[in-house]
Design a protein around this ligand. Structure first.
Ligand SMILES: [Zn+2]
Length: 164
């Protein structure tokens, strides 16, 4: 019996390592095609990537203090990227001063954000997040300027500004 088990493990161990080398390159290939899976990180992985402040916003749907972000007054030409995964979310020509104290945009880059309804303040609000890593960005309201009438009210800590 013991002899049988030992023999089996002698066969199994090399077989497993052969299988691993065969399947490993396939997994890498698969993740490069499925960007969402690539960004499906654990709490610990996110904590090691982000500052505690950005982690609170992006991964726990927190909200930064009004007028606390430097990006609130950012008026240069550029692109606002997700601070979690670097996906471009907003263009500077869609940014406007809403007076709320948070960077505000009247439109996002197509397909960059996804929405869901939350009830954190009892009244339903439309939360939106990065479509790639799922990181919380802010809330979208229907009191924005033309042509969309939308106000994407974004946490500055959830964004990274890249100059054109
Ligand atoms: Zn992202």
């Amino acid at each position: 019996m013991n002899q049988f088990l030992t023999r089996r493990s002698f066969i199994l161990v090399p077989m497993m390592s052969i299988l691993k080398t065969i399947f490993k390159p396939m997994q890498v290939l698969a993740s490069s095609f499925n960007s969402k899976e690539e960004w499906n990180l654990s709490k610990e992985e996110w904590k090691s990537k982000l500052s505690p402040e950005s982690y609170y916003i992006l991964r726990e749907e927190g909200t930064e203090r009004a007028f606390s972000s430097k990006l609130n007054n950012e008026k240069r030409e550029g692109v606002f990227h997700c601070a979690g995964c670097n996906l471009p979310l907003f263009l500077s020509d869609k940014k406007y001063d809403s007076g709320t104290g948070w960077p505000s945009f009247w439109d996002s880059i197509e397909g960059a954000v996804e929405t869901k309804v939350d009830f954190k303040l009892i009244v339903p609000r439309t939360e939106y997040h990065c479509s790639r890593c799922g990181g919380h960005q802010g809330h979208v309201f229907n009191d924005g300027p033309a042509p969309t009438g939308k106000r994407y009210c974004n946490n500055g800590l959830a964004l990274r500004f890249v100059l054109n």
